[in-house]
Design a protein around this ligand. Structure first.
Ligand SMILES: O=P(O)(O)OC[C@H]1O[C@H](OP(=O)(O)OP(=O)(O)O)[C@H](O)[C@@H]1O
Ligand code: HPA
Length: 180
């Protein structure tokens, strides 16, 4: 698995230091608001677990599974909801936890959905942002790292469902996916 990685971009230690900072910022923003913190599965599962341990104020959690990449390195453009929330968002302060914003399609779809369901506020924290990939206008409220134009894996992010369990973020060797 490690042999398929061209370069480690962000180490485990750098990830944890940034997540601690984000947790402190969010604890300030959401004190006394009991936000509904929504994990966008599958990619954000590790970030969600590490982030909520760094939030020191009361929160509630929920999970949504969304997919648009399949076994590809470009978004299909069709955002499929595979698992919906268990909780109603009406009147709630909602914080979406994403692993990466690339084209922006997943988040623009989700934000519209949650606003249509009458959430009181919808904000986004993303660990990674790849601005070079954007096809729609989309900015997170809180961002961990800005990434270069490369397909990355690890720390929850996959290529064809593999590499999610790498503890760091790495650039995948292009020969792994050029047969697409
Ligand atoms: O900004 P975008 O171009 O929409 O890309 C970002 C989304 O793509 C990935 O999810 P994917 O659809 O691969 O599903 P997964 O989380 O199950 O891997 C990632 O986890 C984000 O949710
Ligand atoms: O660079 C990426 N890697 C893995 N999953 C992704 N989903 C959007 N961009 C990426």
């Amino acid at each position: 698995m490690q042999n398929d990685i061209q370069e480690v971009l962000i180490s485990e230690e750098e990830l944890q230091a940034k997540i601690k900072e984000l947790g402190a910022q969010l604890s300030g923003e959401y004190a006394d608001r009991n936000p509904l913190v929504i994990c966008v599965l599958k990619g954000a599962f590790i970030f969600m677990a590490d982030l909520v341990k760094r939030i020191t104020v009361p929160i509630e959690l929920d999970f949504m599974a969304v997919s648009s990449y399949g076994a590809a390195t470009k978004s299909s453009g069709v955002v499929k909801i595979i698992k919906d929330l268990d909780t109603t968002v009406e009147g709630r302060d909602v914080l979406i936890v994403e692993d990466i914003i690339d084209s922006g399609l997943t988040l623009s779809h989700l934000i519209e959905l949650l606003k249509n369901r009458n959430a009181k506020s919808v904000k986004v924290v993303t660990l990674f942002d790849k601005p070079s990939g954007r096809s729609v206008n989309m900015e997170a409220d809180y961002t961990g790292f800005v990434l270069p134009d490369a397909f990355v894996v690890g720390y929850g992010l996959d290529y064809a469902e593999h590499y999610r369990n790498l503890p760091y973020i790495g650039v995948l060797k292009p020969e792994i996916y050029t047969k697409e």
